[in-house]
Design a protein around this ligand. Structure first.
Ligand code: AMP
Length: 415
């Protein structure tokens, strides 16, 4: 039996990196006053169809959708924002002009072609700031994301940023793009030809060389911006300047989903290869209304945790997992093995250190060898003789020095 294609077991020898990322998630979000929201992994399919958009790759090709035994259409979540908004409306998280600061982290599912940095079950950490339309809200989200990447030591990265303006302007822009690309239809890739009418913005971030060449000369959203969108965007950029957060304005950055307006952004890393996006996000001012809620302008981002770990390990910024500190050794007699169990138990409680004991009735030599292999600092030997006299031998493995101690002395050493 094998795991499903595109899914991975996260093994004990790999988990330390995950714990570092999870610790940083808790720490940085707490500095900004964000609290965790844990949504179910399954939602009604309609939640994603309505929010993400029927013409997107996610909804069109990638969702794990199935009828449950009651006949409802269920989808394993491919992204979080739609479910966060569903949940915020259901539980009134932004009632009475309140804003809500939430974060999430967990597994997501997309039926994609697996490759480095791309899986069918992957993990995301994201933040959403619900109920605020100001450029200061954008900056809070951008600095949180920036601080998070800094705290993980991911240096080889770039922030790309763009504005998608208002839905009305985006509609006009779409028309302009359709006319422009229609005039060059035969030079477009097959994919782009098929999304020309439904989602022409996506052509702008196509990786196909022909599409890229056409996109370089395509109409620019920047030339169509209204005063409000221009103001909003320039304020965001000037805040980034004052905070000395480097960025590149990228007019071709559109993000894949239907719900974005105004600020959109993406963090990329050169350490990642073809799938170079660490994460991204943007403003979604009209998604709540789409779900039948009241107008609640919002902004958020999501990072892919596997990609963060790839970038961290490429620059060797994952520290070593902590090693066990003490190995308590007993052998031969029943008294010796009993003394080991109670000694190890007392040491764990008194010292809070990681204490390992043998559970296979192995010899002194085999246990010493294992202690060495595990890299422990100290061994405590309670052989048959020591067990009779309530003593033990404490040996420091780095210096080789050893001393006989009373058990009470040992307890004092570690308390
Ligand atoms: P998206 O919602 O598509 O912008 O995804 C946000 C981030 O999640 C991406 O930048 C990736 O880091 C990560 N991500 C998205 N899809 C996958 C996938 N299939 N496998 C691994 N990571 C993914």
């Amino acid at each position: 039996m094998q795991s499903l294609r595109g899914t991975k077991d996260i093994l004990p020898q790999e988990i330390h990196g995950w714990h570092i990322v999870e610790d940083r998630i808790r720490y940085i979000t707490s500095l900004y006053g964000y609290r965790e929201l844990r949504n179910p992994i399954m939602e009604y399919t309609e939640v994603f169809k309505r929010a993400v958009g029927e013409d997107t790759d996610i909804v069109g090709k990638e969702m794990y959708t199935f009828p449950d035994r009651g006949g409802d259409s269920i989808t394993l979540r491919p992204e979080a924002t739609a479910a966060v908004v569903r949940s915020a409306i259901q539980h009134n998280l932004t009632a009475q002009q309140q804003i809500a600061r939430v974060y999430y982290s967990g597994p997501f599912f997309r039926y994609e072609r697996p490759q480095k940095g791309r899986q069918r079950q992957f993990h995301q950490f994201g933040c959403e700031l619900l109920g605020a339309s100001s450029p200061e809200a954008d900056i809070e989200i951008l600095t949180l994301a920036h601080d998070f990447l800094e705290s993980l030591g991911i240096k080889s990265r770039e922030l790309h940023i763009n504005t998608l303006a208002t839905p009305e302007i985006r509609q006009l822009f779409k028309q302009e793009l359709i006319s422009y690309f229609t005039a060059h239809l035969s030079d477009l890739s097959e994919d782009s030809q098929s999304r020309l009418q439904s989602n022409p913005l996506r052509i702008l971030d196509s990786k196909h060389p022909g599409d890229k060449a056409l996109s370089a000369n395509a109409p620019r959203m920047q030339d169509m911006l209204d005063t409000e969108s221009k103001d909003h965007f320039s304020k965001v950029l000037s805040h980034l300047d004052s905070l000395s957060i480097p960025y590149t304005v990228n007019p071709l950055l559109v993000r894949g989903l239907d719900y974005y307006s105004h600020t959109v952004f993406e963090f990329t890393s050169t350490a990642l290869g073809a799938q170079d996006a660490l994460g991204g996000g943007g403003r979604y001012d009209h998604l709540f209304e789409h779900f039948g809620g009241k107008h609640t302008p919002s902004i958020g981002f999501a990072f892919g945790i596997e990609r963060l770990l790839l970038a961290m390990s490429a620059q060797e910024s994952i520290s070593e997992a902590p090693k066990p500190e003490i190995y308590v050794i007993g052998f031969e007699s029943e008294e010796s093995r009993r003394a080991v169990i109670s000694c190890a138990h007392a040491l764990r409680t008194l010292s809070g250190k990681q204490v390992i004991v043998d559970v296979q009735n192995r010899s002194l030599k085999a246990q010493m060898k294992e202690a060495d292999k595990l890299g422990v600092k100290q061994v405590v030997i309670i052989g048959p003789e020591e067990a009779l006299h309530d003593t033990c031998i404490v040996k420091d493995l780095s210096t080789g020095m050893q001393h006989t101690k009373l058990m009470t002395e040992l307890h004092n050493m570690f308390s």
